[in-house]
Write a protein that binds this ligand. Sequence first.
Ligand code: ZN
Length: 134
Amino acid sequence: MGIAPNWRLRKQRYALIGEVCETCGNKIFPPRDVCPHCVEAAQTAFQFSGRGEVYSYATIYNPPAGFEEYAPYTVAIVKLEEGPMVTAQLTDVDPEEVAIGQPVEMVTRKIREDGPEGLITYGYKFRPAFVSHS
Ligand SMILES: [Zn+2]
């Protein structure tokens, strides 16, 4: 079993690459090659900052078979600061402390290699973003 074949694909999945519409400036994620705002072709790659806030979330206490060891875990809809919404698992957070409007940032830490694909569909997670003033 080698690791090389998936390397490039994996690298792409670890960054939040979408598209920007040259016509109206709309940021698009996931990439769909057509701007949903003005319906013009949009194929210019755009890398998102990975910062956003929790728009909605659900904590999974009874995961599908095979994911028991991860429970409970929280899946959130994150509204990126550029506008689009993405769905991803939250990490480094107590499910009880997740809140609507909470600032979060994307993390691209290495995901468990033996993990079933189901839990890591998007290849990235979000964690709380703390602003430190001290
Ligand atoms: Zn557009």
